[in-house]
Write a protein of this length. Structure first.
Length: 141
């Protein structure tokens, strides 16, 4: 008879959604209605506490697994992934002898930009002088 109460209570209580206080109150109510002795009631309550704790642990593990799976499907980097990348970067820096602190003096792109700017300055300057001369000739005629 007690086993039937236990099984019914576990199915109906929804241990995952209940706080321990709620489960404890329902357990005590069932023990009183079933007219259990104090020893049986205490054993029932302890059994309920154990099952409640087990259910909470299983639920926590399940939620963690679901979150991990979702993050994997979304291709989100985990802390372990980032740690592995940092170690790989450190290993590559050691292999190349680079500390990563040095800045390059000049890149090829920066040098090309400087040359292009210099060319524009030199080609634009004579055009202005020519325009100035042409206007001065017209005034004197």
């Amino acid at each position: 008879m007690i086993e039937i109460f236990k099984k019914t209570f576990l199915a109906g209580a929804g241990l995952v959604n209940k706080t321990w206080e709620e489960v404890e109150a329902l357990s005590k109510e069932i023990a009183n209605k079933a007219k259990m002795s104090e020893k049986e009631g205490s054993k029932f309550l302890n059994d309920m506490k154990k099952r409640y704790d087990d259910t909470q642990k299983k639920t926590g593990k399940y939620v963690e697994k679901v979150v991990r799976d979702i993050m994997k499907k979304m291709d989100v980097a985990t802390a372990d992934d980032i740690k592995a990348l940092r170690n790989e970067i450190r290993r590559l820096k050691q292999a190349t002898g680079s500390t990563g602190a040095k800045k390059r003096a000049g890149t090829a792109t920066a040098k090309r930009r400087a040359k292009t700017a210099a060319k524009k300055r030199t080609t634009a300057a004579p055009a202005k002088k020519t325009a100035g001369r042409a206007s001065s000739k017209k005034v004197s005629s």
